[in-house]
Ligand binder design. Structure first.
Ligand SMILES: Nc1ncnc2c1ncn2[C@@H]1O[C@H](COP(=O)(O)OP(=O)(O)O)[C@@H](O)[C@H]1O
Ligand SMILES: [Mg+2]
Length: 427
């Protein structure tokens, strides 16, 4: 089959790389792709992220399966549009994608279906919101309702911060129209885990758990980013906790979606907080996460094209996913200044030396410019390695990172450390 991946970041590079290994896949395309993706797939220009543009690519290139990477086109209904034209696509329909498109919708959905999540209220004026915040007292979390590319959430540690956050979101200053309404929620304490499942709406295949690292600095300090790294191994959470997540969160979510007439096909990402009272949902994403996907797919043994094809057909029959033993680690190398303003167009060197056996460098923000690979984004590369255990995988990723250079390059030096320090899985 001929597969087309929509998007152009590190997640899409990992998808392309994994799909290309399938014996079912004759050729992989990516639109728009990036400099690194162009080494593993045929990159197609995408004039705009619209159904018309994607359909044109599908027709011109006789695409058999479309895989959508980013959330915005899913929330806008690209899957519905493609399906109505007879195109096979692995991803949720617009109605199901609102679990990510609206945080208010997601919270009310969880409330309706008894899915554990932080207590919350919905507000659209700062005065009422502040009254709630005062009643709560201590820390609170302010979340813009709409899509905000990871910039719509403020974790406030006291009343003054909550007030400031409410004002900046509701005034439109922080994320514009996405913040016309907010969710104000209780601040949960615990460890975060990304729990992704592949589903056709009924059958479900849990993926291995992963942990993302959102803050720019070592030890989870500094500003929030799109993700500075991730790791994946089987000892992040216990088997008992996995079963509990499936029973209390994944199954009720899928059943709730079915009951509401919006069954979910694709990748459901449950962002969890493992609290003293058990796992609670921080948020849903309706697609693969970045950079969790780089770590996940580097460890996945199962043929992803087969699974996504079954999902697109609405008949998931693959019984389970298999994983390489050990662990994988993805370290994101960023441009100088990121997550603030940064320069682009910096020459990248050392990739050939870095990509030894057990190491793959997925590209997030790169382009080929007159035969040279240059930076185009804040997150530039996802240096990904596997190993017999987490320590070995992390060592391999960092030794590869040391071989790569571009002006201003920086990365966290502690990706996976939490896993290494954990004496036993979260339970
Ligand atoms: N209720 C909460 N308690 C504590 N931390 C939270 C809570 N909700 C969100 N966070 C923190 O904020 C981050 C971003 O929130 P999330 O709901 O995942 O939104 P988004 O990914 O859309 O920005 C989370 O990864 C988590 O670190
Ligand atoms: Mg999140």
């Amino acid at each position: 089959m001929r597969a087309l991946v929509i998007g152009g970041g590190g997640r899409e590079h990992a998808l392309v790389w994994k799909l290309a290994q399938s014996s079912l896949v004759e050729r992989v395309f990516c639109a728009p792709g990036n400099g690194g993706i162009s080494r593993d797939a045929v990159c197609l220009p995408l004039r705009e992220m619209s159904t018309t543009s994607v359909l044109q690519l599908v027709r011109e290139n006789q695409i058999d399966l479309v895989v959508v990477g980013p959330e915005a086109p899913l929330v806008a209904g690209l899957v519905d549009d493609l399906q109505s034209q007879g195109v096979l696509v692995a991803g949720p329909a617009k109605a199901a994608a609102q679990l990510e498109g609206s945080k208010i919708h997601a919270k009310q959905f969880m409330q309706r279906h008894g899915i554990p999540t932080a207590e919350f209220v919905v507000c659209s004026d700062p005065h009422t919101a502040q009254q709630y915040a005062n009643r709560w007292g201590g820390p609170a979390v302010v979340k813009a309702d709409g899509l905000a590319a990871g910039k719509g959430v403020v974790v406030a540690s006291n009343r003054a911060e909550t007030e400031a956050a409410l004002n900046s979101v509701l005034s439109g200053e922080l994320v514009g129209a996405a913040g016309m309404q907010v969710v104000l929620e209780q601040c949960l304490i615990g460890e975060e885990v990304s729990f992704l499942v592949l589903t056709d709406g009924d059958s479900v295949l849990p993926m291995a758990p992963t942990q993302d690292h959102k803050r720019v600095g070592d030890g989870d300090t500094g500003s929030n980013t799109g993700g500075m790294g991730a790791y994946c191994n089987d000892s992040i959470i216990s088997g008992t906790l996995t079963q509990r997540v499936m029973k209390q969160i994944v199954h009720p979510t899928l059943a709730g979606l079915r009951a509401e007439g919006t069954p979910f096909r694709g990748v459901l990402y449950c962002g969890l907080m493992i609290t003293a009272e058990g796992p609670k949902v921080l948020e849903y994403n309706v697609r693969f996460g970045d950079p969790e996907t780089q770590a996940l797919l580097y460890r996945l043994d199962t043929d992803l094209a087969q699974v996504l094809h079954e999902i697109a057909l609405g008949k998931l029959i693959t019984p389970s996913l298999s994983w390489k033993p050990g662990a994988s680690v993805c370290v994101v190398a960023c441009a100088g200044g990121y997550p603030g303003s940064y320069a682009t167009g910096k020459l990248i060197t050392g990739l050939d030396a870095a990509e030894t056996a057990g190491v793959k460098v997925f590209h997030s923000g790169t382009a080929m410019d007159k035969g040279r690979l240059v930076t185009t984004g804040g997150r530039v590369l996802g240096i990904t390695a596997s190993g017999a255990d987490l320590a070995t995988a992390a060592r391999a990723a960092y030794s590869a990172a040391e071989k790569i250079q571009f002006d201003g390059m920086h990365y966290r030096t502690d990706i996976g450390k939490k896993g290494l320090e954990r004496r036993r899985p979260l339970d």
